[in-house]
Design a protein. Sequence first.
Length: 329
Amino acid sequence: MRVGIGGTFNIIHKGHELLFETAFSVGADVEVGLTSDEFARRSRKVDLLPYFQRKSNLVRFLERYGKPFEVVMISDILGTAATSEKLDAIVVSPETRSNAEAINDTRLKNGLKQLKVFCIREVKADDSEPISATRIVKGEIDKEGRLLRPLKVAVGSTNRVKVDAVRNVFTQAFGLVEVVSVEPEHGFERQPMAGRVLEGAILRARGAAEKTKADFGVGIEAGLVKDEFTGRLTDVQYCAIVDASGRMTVGHGPGFEYPPMVTKAVTEGRSVGETMSAITGIEDIGRKDGSIGFLSDGLIDRTSLSEIAVLMALIPRIRKELYEPGDSA
């Protein structure tokens, strides 16, 4: 099967690599349409390498796959794919999926067979925005999608425990990060329970992202949730993470039971924090080691518990390729 690909390929990046890997895996040979200088300038607002240089770089890159390929010049979005009798399929990105549809519409009018369309998943940078040559030229990211500036993360809380937990996990996952704390503008329940716990985390994340225009907004909320197996109330921390595109991922940490007197007080309208502070004599316990620090006799503190929740919400963003699969038609 002969497979077609098209692009400017001004700078070959991680997204292009997935495009090529897909084409060479499904095809016996590949035809690569490379935009002419005139066509490329019409669609790009950044500095472009001349055609001969882009072609030379492209050929050297494609030789690594060890399969037959041909590079042809194209002067519009239809390229040679709309008229070629040799092509059987085409590989596109979500951004260029409409081009494949236009190509097949033209082929139908020309009495040619429809091309099978393989659409790869969108390859994103660390900030969850698509990797593109334009962003690389502007110095925002490198070819692998790593940010060339600190990743800005806004936490919907001024609680030091929550802020530290977010900073610790995001730094391990992404490297250089700038973490800011934002006091939520919306009123939150003193003691959320059941579904209101996750709802609170989501509201905090969205509020922080909207207020700061950060790459990520993070919300952490703890509350009592009934365990479906034991029927008992357990304290669970939920974390919600929203990115600039609006995509939300959530996770939560492990749950633990409070002493009966605490659970009773909470069901009667008091908060966990004020109840545990009264029992332990530790003022503002939720902003220190937390109730879990006292109850576990120091074996785990609230920062560590919060870190688990943050990491669970971050997992789909660490392994983006497994949680954002492409589709084919």
